[in-house]
Design a protein around this ligand. Structure first.
Ligand SMILES: [Fe+2]
Length: 233
């Protein structure tokens, strides 16, 4: 997801999680600490865990026939890998030393796809994908993905206190990729001090919006909801 720059830190984990997270039920991985001020709701304070999207890419859930009729996670990931291995496509991407660059592609089954160039130290910041599922694969260089192994509710909260142990970090050198489901929250960073990275990303449905979060220890805070016109050129 190409469109917003941030010098995201590659390391946000702390041991600051409170003892209040000692919920007896392991499935509770995150909880709403403050309800939606608009609704007063504390709904979805007990989201499910075991997000299959955080399984290793090879074990990503394969949904043969998604309810929306679009491509499955396996098909999205396959597209990302095939495109990442296509030198003719990659050659179209301009690379700039100070900023990310991208080109749009037509993905499979009406999906949205991008080739992205990542200068050293660039990253996305924490975000979700507005309920879209997706996949990405590294074509050159190396990316690091930090994600949450929790299926967070997409709406109805502004601040979540994450339980210890929900953080995941994935090293994605060239040739590696991963798929993710509609609740996936992550940030992607090129931690290399000197080398560009290039990757291919694909989403279905095309991103309807994108939620941006800040992270302070175990507290995840909704900072902005961006619509397509706000992050494209
Ligand atoms: Fe993303």
């Amino acid at each position: 997801m190409p469109r917003t720059d941030s010098s995201a830190s590659a390391s946000t984990r702390t041991s600051a999680a409170s003892s209040r997270t000692s919920a007896p039920a392991p499935p509770v991985s995150a909880r709403v600490t403050r309800g939606n001020p608009a609704t007063g709701s504390r709904a979805a304070g007990n989201p499910r865990t075991g997000n299959p999207a955080d399984a290793p890419a090879a074990a990503a859930p394969v949904v043969a026939a998604p309810a929306d009729g679009g491509p499955s996670l396996a098909e999205l990931l396959d597209f990302a890998h095939r495109t990442a291995a296509d030198p003719a496509v990659l050659a179209r991407l301009p690379l700039r030393p100070e900023e990310r660059t991208w080109i749009a592609l037509e993905g499979p089954g009406g999906s949205e796809a991008w080739v992205i160039g990542w200068p050293p130290g660039s990253g996305t910041g924490w975000h979700d994908h507005g309920g879209s599922r997706g996949a990405f694969a590294t074509a050159a260089g190396r990316l690091t993905e930090q994600s949450l192994a929790a299926e967070l509710p997409t709406e109805g909260w502004r601040t979540l206190e994450l339980m210890e142990g929900v953080d995941r970090e994935r090293d994605l050198p060239a040739g590696r990729g991963r798929a993710f489901g509609p609740h996936h929250v992550h940030q992607v960073v090129n931690t290399s001090p000197e080398g560009h990275a290039v990757s291919v990303h694909v989403y279905h449905p095309p991103l309807p919006l994108l939620r941006r979060y800040s992270r302070d220890g175990q507290v995840l805070r909704l900072e902005a909801v961006e619509e397509p016109g706000e992050w494209t050129r």
